[in-house]
Design a protein around this ligand. Sequence first.
Ligand code: P6P
Length: 321
Amino acid sequence: MPLIIEGIKSPIEGVDDASLAPVLEAIVAAAKLISNNVQNGALIERLDSEGVRNVHGELVHTLDTLGTNTFVEFFKDTQVVAGLVCEELETETFFNVEDISESYFCVLDPIDGTSNADIAITIGSIFGIFKGTNGDSTLDATQFLRPAKDFVAAGYVLYGSSTLLILATPMKVQEFTLDIAKMEFVCTRSSLSIPVECPYYSVNQGYEDFWEDNIKDVVHSIKKGRSLRYVGSLVSDFHRDLIRGGVYLYPGDVNNPEGKIRLLYEAAVMSYIAHYAGGSSTNGYTSIFDLQPKSIHQRTPIFVGNSNVIEQIESILRDNT
Ligand code: P6P
C-alpha cells in the first residue's frame, strides 16, 4: 500500500504499516531543516567546532548539535517514537507515547562526516527504525539491541550537490531528491539495486601499515581492475556503491581491532540497504544484517556493497584463519 508522507510528493511504496508515517515525516522535516543549514554553512556560522568531545572522543561541531536537537525534537513530537539511540548522546533517550508496544525505536547518526562540512564535502544523516516488540513495554537498551534485519525501514539523507533521501524497506530501496524551490522530496529512483559491475572500492589506504596481513591480502586482491574512491564520508562512499557499483571497507587494525564505524546506527543501516538492494555486508566472518549488537555504541569492522566481492572477501579471510 503506497504511503503518502508530508514533505514527499511521491507515494512511498513497500511500507505496509501506516503508523510509520509520522516517523518518516519527522525524518523528512529534519532533513529539510538540516539541508538548509548545511547549504548555507559558513554564511550562518554553522560549521564551527564547539570545542567539546562526544562519547566517542570526537570533536562536536555546531552542525552535530543542530542535527541532534532537530531529530530529538521532531521524533518527540510524533507521539509514536518511544526511544532514540543517537551517536551524539551517551545513553538512550525515551519519549512519552500512548502505547509503548505499538511505538517505534529509532537509531541515528544525525550528521555523519561533519568534519567534511567546512570544506563543502558531502555529509549525511543515517537512520534505522525498529517497531516496538509486541507487548514489551520496557524502556531500556534491549529495544535497540536488535540486528539490522529487524528494522522496519532504514536509510540516509545525503547533503551533497543535491539533497537525497534514500529509504529502504523489505520491499524496495527508493531515492528521493529534494526540490529546493518547493522544499519537497520527489522520487527520482523508484527501485534501486547495486549493479553487478564493481568498478570501485573504498578504503582509507593510509592505514595500510596498521592492517593485519589478512586485511592486506583482502585489499590487494579486490583492488585489481578497480578504481579507489574514498571521500571520507560513509554516506557518500556508500551511495556511489549503491548507484555505480562498488564496495566500502572499514576494517579493524592493530590499534582498533573493531574499526571505527558504529554498528547500530551506521553499519547496520548500510547492511540493511545493501541487503534489499541485492548487495551484502560482513564484519569479515558473518553478515552484519544478522549481527546481534551487544551495546548501543559498539563498533564493527564493515565490508559492504557488491555481493560477489563480499563473498570474495569472506573467502580470503576464511582461508587466512
Ligand atoms: P577515516 C566519518 O567520520 C566516518 O564516520 C565515516 O563517515 C567515514 O567513512 C569514516 O569515518 C572516515 O574515517 O578514519 O578514514 O577518516
